[in-house]
Design a protein around this ligand. Structure first.
Ligand SMILES: Nc1nc2c(ncn2[C@@H]2O[C@H](COP(=O)(O)OP(=O)(O)O)[C@@H](O)[C@H]2O)c(=O)[nH]1
Ligand SMILES: [Mg+2]
Length: 364
């Protein structure tokens, strides 16, 4: 799963990338146009893995993984001109908007003044302009083909028209309801406004909980509440502080966070949200060899989850022995869970839940 950090130049994307990934990529006034993207795979923090490892003392513990990418800044007009940024976005499974909320006379703002709500609108507009152009070109192409006696696929034409209509109303396609047929018909077009999005407002330390930050957050919520019942709720953080936290040893970081009145570092909140935004959950496998988190989409049946581990488990699936993480902790051991009746036998259609500890029985 790849998440791309995007935003106007100097919003603090690279600073945030560093604090998320523990890297130290260069943060600069203006990024060089020929710079390479920063990429890093990180472990999804999961206390359950640590707790289970304490109980099973496995040779190996394996967390779920997620990849962050950081590249050039976006600017007005990029949809038409900057192929590099668009290609970068197309490569992602989801987007993280980094919106600048900090003042700093030494760090130029390409649009003149600090205004994260305007920056949000600017990014959304670029995605919409790009997709609208794509939809129009596609429809034109289909018309031309039709004139030459090659009628377009009905489903695709209807779905692309629906996209165009939404985009003309300035609605990003992530908020448009498509059925399965429509989704399949337009999948190959890779509309960028269809990607799931989360937003971060990068503010000064003194603004972490200020009225100003709240009003920015609220304004962005309202922007998306026009289109959806689950409006975008930006995370307010300070990239500078997060980077300092990422550089501290764990105990010092905890004390620092307490002093700031922040419970969980934004890094963890962001990673958790990234996971949720993509509709992902983790199930767990345990044993003396390995304690491990596996990633599946919400709603995945047990048989498909088995296939994540090995195709043999999917092919020869017999049943799944399942105990929820919380029940397991209550019982203290697998045998305890079994004797208390907390260990369930489930079939291949069972819908896996986040935190399920699963032992697959199979026969090939
Ligand atoms: N004052 C302040 N400066 C920041 C903050 N985050 C980033 N910067 C500075 O802003 C400049 C641009 O940051 P960078 O992460 O390179 O932005 P990018 O262009 O979006 O990748 C750098 O000089 C950073 O040190 C912040 O929270 N507060
Ligand atoms: Mg940068």
């Amino acid at each position: 799963m790849k998440l791309a950090l995007i935003g106007i130049s100097n919003s603090g994307r690279t600073t945030l990338f560093n604090s998320l990934t523990g890297r130290s990529a260069a943060t600069t006034g203006y990024s060089a146009a020929e710079a390479e993207p920063n990429m890093a795979v990180i472990k999804v923090p999961d206390r359950r893995i640590d707790e289970l490892a304490r109980i099973f003392k496995p040779k190996k513990r394996t967390h779920a993984r997620i990849e962050y990418m950081d590249y050039l800044g976006l600017c007005r007009g990029d949809a038409g001109q900057n192929g590099k940024v668009i290609e970068f976005i197309k490569d992602a499974d989801a987007l993280v908007y980094v919106l600048r909320g900090f003042e700093d006379a030494g760090v130029a703002h390409p649009l003149g003044a600090v205004d994260p709500v305007r920056d949000f609108d600017t990014i959304e507009a670029e995605l919409i302009i790009f997709d609208l152009d794509l939809a129009e070109k596609r429809l034109l192409h289909m018309e031309e083909a039709a004139r030459k006696g090659k009628p377009p696929k009905r489903e695709e034409e209807a779905a692309v028209r629906k996209c165009r209509e939404a985009l003309e109303r300035e609605m990003p396609l992530r908020y448009t309801a498509f059925d399965e047929t429509e989704r399949r018909a337009i999948r190959h077009l890779d509309f960028i406004s269809m990607l799931p999005v989360m937003a971060v407002i990068n503010v000064a330390e003194s603004d972490l909980a200020s009225a100003k930050s709240l009003s920015w957050r609220d304004a962005i919520r309202k922007r998306t509440a026009r289109f959806t019942e689950i409006p975008l709720d930006p995370i307010v953080l300070s990239g500078k502080i997060e980077m300092e936290i990422a550089e501290l040893p764990a105990e010092d970081a905890a004390a620092f966070l307490r002093d700031l009145g922040v419970g969980v570092p934004a890094r963890e909140r962001m990673i958790r949200e990234s996971y949720g935004m993509l509709g992902l959950i983790s199930f767990l496998t345990v044993g003396e060899d390995e304690v491990r988190a596996w990633t599946v989409r919400k709603g995945a049946p047990a048989r498909a989850a088995a296939g994540k581990i090995h195709s043999d488990l999917e092919r020869g699936f017999i049943r799944a022995e399942v105990v929820s993480y919380d029940d397991f902790v209550k019982a203290g051991s697998l045998s305890g869970a079994r004797s208390k009746g907390l260990l369930r036998l489930e079939g291949k259609q069972y819908v896996v839940r986040d935190g399920d500890i699963i032992d697959f029985r199979f026969n090939v």
